[in-house]
Design a binder for this molecule. Sequence first.
Ligand code: NAP
Length: 510
Amino acid sequence: MMMASTYRNKENTELPIVIVGSGFGGIGMAIQLKKAGIHSFTIIERGDEIGGTWRDNTYPGCACDVPSYVYSFSFEQNPDWSRMFAEGPEIQAYLLHCVEKYALRQHLKLKTEIVEASYDDKQGLWILVTGDGEKIKARALISAVGGLTDPALPAIPGINDFKGQIFHTARWDHNYDLKGKRVAIIGTGCSAVQVIPNIAPMVKQLTVFQRTAAWVLPKYDRVISDRTKTLFAKWPLLQKIVRGSLLWGSEALGPFIILNSERLSGVFERVSTRHLNKSVKSQELRKKLTPNFQFGCKRMIISSDYYPALERENVTLETSGIRQFVAQGIVSKDGRTHEFDAVILATGFNLGLTSAPFKITGSQQRSLDADWAEGAVAYKGVAVSGFPNWFSIMGPNTGPGHTSVLIYTEAQINYILQALKYLKDENLKSIDVKQAVQDDYNEGLQNRMKYTVWTSGSCKSWYLNADGSNHALYPGFAHEYTSRVRTFDPIEYKITSNEISAEDWALQAI
Ligand code: NAP
């Protein structure tokens, strides 16, 4: 075996990397690779533009309920955010700005879906297959496909019999004019709560089908003044301080949202109840809108215009449940038929955090679907044993319940970058996290999960698998997660050296 170091030649040693997905994760990874002087990467995206969530969700009222100063990259702060909570198009524009600024277009392969990836042990390469049957080779594969991507369509009997217009919030039909129409919306999660106040004034009648009442906190949104923008542009440190205080503020509130403590949950339950009582006059409506689970168990909702919209004369909150669809509308469980011109499905997403994003076969023909049959597990949410040189952004147990997901995303990007540099600089064939290391990490993580409100049993949510286990969220503080992911330690990995020169090795992958 040749010594890897003999062939350590940074100019010639290209490391073909494929990033799948071009949302915040994929774009952030690409920027950091470029900053590190690694240019041999391709971003593969199934859509016709970058942006992920912010490309797909174009429903009226789409906005982020995390303040813009923290829902953006730390290394690419924008002093020009127009609002405290930016709307979808502004966030998409920010991502497009990142693509242009860091010249990422040349690395993008749009309208290309990866349907399969398998690891070739002999060559130490990932072989990717696209929807068109094209094969792409990569030394390292980074999955940045996002968690909440594919719409979940409800299994309601007769759904295909409905003769009106029907579409999901994440696939908004902009060719259909809702003006003056009788409209139903199914679901009262974060998406629905943003849609409802924005379409209520234009439709003739809006019926909101609520299955579970949610805890709703007021949204302290505001327009950012020109003075603030100028100040932030001139003194970026000021914006950094604001960002830092928003982050540490959300961390301080973390235990109230994460822990299974009725006393702590009670604080936000009182804030939410006060918000409900202040916003809704009707006692009957208040009753229907009062949740029956512990605060934090489901994703909290932040809105100041949702409750008032429900008191409009043309809006009805329907809580008797849905029995079935019929040609002209929906039959509720109490036997009434509600006629509609259009039905909007605000029914959420098939969770992509805890299943293989496409068919992935690792070393020795190991199947990711089989490994994850009882719940997705990874080391620090980033690497999976038996799947060498494969890394995941927003992988298992890395979602937050209380703060900006981008804090976690950036920490993962930094960790993956260290791993890739190690792979490149040491001219290695592969690195593969040790099974025992991964098992230890997950045992500790699941032990802590028992103390969270998410698994308290007081609600059902997209956080949980069918067996009630949580493979989606991280049971702790953001700063604690980021410190755990700060340093890539090769000792935790099985390392295989290259038997060929770095140049040949790079050529092999072309
Ligand atoms: P969601 O939170 O999963 O909500 C889906 C809604 O549809 C729930 O109210 C659910 O009721 C209802 N539903 C699902 N199937 C149903 C059925 N068969 N019959 C009746 N009702 C049904 O989905 P989402 O609102 O799209 O939000 C998903 C996640 O995206 C959020 O948790 C959040 O993380 C993210 N998001 C974030 C923002 C933001 O501003 N940052 C905005 C939108 C979305 P149950 O509650 O009874 O299950």
